[in-house]
Ligand binder design. Sequence first.
Ligand code: EPU
Length: 421
Amino acid sequence: MDKYVIHGGKTLSGSVSVSGAKNSCLALMPSTLLTEGKNIIFNVPEVNDTFTMIKLLNELGAKTKFENYKLELDTSHIVSQTAPYEHVKKMRASVYVLGPLLAKYGFAKVSMPGGCAWGPRPINLHLEAMEKLGAEIKLEEGYIIAKANRLHGAKINFDVSSVGATGNALMASVLAKGTTLITNAAIEPEIVHLERYLQKMGAKINGIGSSHLEIEGVDELKPAGITNIPDRIEAGTLLIAAAITHGKIKLLYKESEHIESVLTKLDDSGAKLNIEEDFIEIDTTDSDINSIDVTTSIYPGFPTDMQAQWTAYMTLSNGTSTITDNIYLDRFKHVPELVRLGANIEVRNNSAIVKGVKKLIGAKVMSTDLRASASLVLAGLAAEGTTEILRIYHLDRGYQKIEQKLQKLGADIERVTTKEY
Ligand code: EPU
C-alpha cells in the first residue's frame, strides 16, 4: 500500500500537461462491444479505473493492447456477457457494459453496483431505459439479468439528468430497431464524446451535444478510432493546486470551455487567469483567496467532482463560504480529514460551511474516495509541516501519477510504500 508524504508550503510554478479523461474513457471503452473488430482509443489515461475496465472487457473476450496511452480493443470474439461482482464492486462504471451487451448480444448479466463510499448511487434510470427499449429485466442473486431479442426504439425521458444512464441508453439505442428519443440527456463533455465515437462507428444520432437526442437504430456498427478528450477534473484540480499555494503555473489544456464554471469561480476567488487556445495560465502569487460559494450542478454548472477540491481551497480563504452539493447530497467524507489539518468546516445537510483559517497544519489523514483524496493533497500542499495521506489507492483510480506532475511544479510530495492502512 502507498501513501503520500507532503512537506507543504512550496509555491507551485512551471508548466504541466493534463492526461486523458478517465470518465470519458470509461464510456468509450465499453462502447466498442457494439462492434466486431479492432477499435483504437488514443490518449487513454494510465489509471486504475481504465485498467479495471480493460480487465472486464478482457473477461468478456475482448483482446486489448495498451501502450503509450494508445488502447487497441479487438472485439471480434466476445465470449461472455457477464460483468462479475469482482469487477463491479471495484468500479461502478462497469455497469456501462449493460447497454452495449444487451444491444449487440441480446443478453447481459451485470452485478448490481451497491452503495458507494459516500452514499447511495442508484441505477434505476439505467434499468428503466433498458426496459423502455424492450429489455426484460430481472434482479437475481445480486445480478441484473437483461434479455431482449432485439431492442426497439422508444421515448426515454430522464427525470434526473444522469451521465451513466444517458451513456447506457445511447449505447443500447444505436442498435435498436427504429427511432429512440432521449430527452433530458446528460450533456457532460464525456457523454458528448461518446456520441461522437458512436457516430464514427456508424450510429445515426441527431442532436449531438444537446439534451435532446434522436437516434435512428442501425443494424450494425463498424470498429473505429478516436482520441480521448483531456480530463477536465484533473485540469481543475491542478489549477487549484496552483491557487492554494499562491503559485503561478501554465496548464497545457485546450478545452477551457469544459471548465468554464471552475474558471469563473477561480477568477472570483482572486486568481489572475490568462486563457488561451492551447493553455491556461493562473497567477495567484499576490492575491488573497476570496471566499466564494459554489453549488454543484449538471454540466455546464460547477462539477460535483470538483466540490471536495474547492472545499479544500476555501479552507484558506479570507471569509466564510458555503459549498453545496446538489448532485451527491452526502459527498463530504473529506471534511473530517480536512478538519484534522486545522480547517474550520461544518456540514449542514448537503452543504459545507467553510470558515477560512490563517493556516493549515500537516497531519496524518486518510483518503476515502477519489476526489476526497485530491482535496487532501491540495490541503497538504498548502499546510505547514508534513502531511501524510494514507490509502491513496483511491487517488490512483483516477489521477495519473499526480505526484509526478506536482513534483514537476515544485511540490515536495513523495509516494512511499507503507504497511499502514
Ligand atoms: N441517479 C439516479 N438514478 C440513476 C442514476 C443516477 O437517481 O439511475 C442520480 C444520482 O444519484 C445523482 C445524479 O443522478 O444524484 C447524477 O448521477 P450520474 O448518473 O450522472 O452519475 P454517474 O454516471 O454514476 C458520473 C461520473 C462521476 C460523477 C457523476 C456526476 C463516470 C464514470 N462517473 O457518474 O464521477 O461524479 O457522473 O457528474 O463518469 C468521479 O470521477 O469521481 C465520479 C464519481
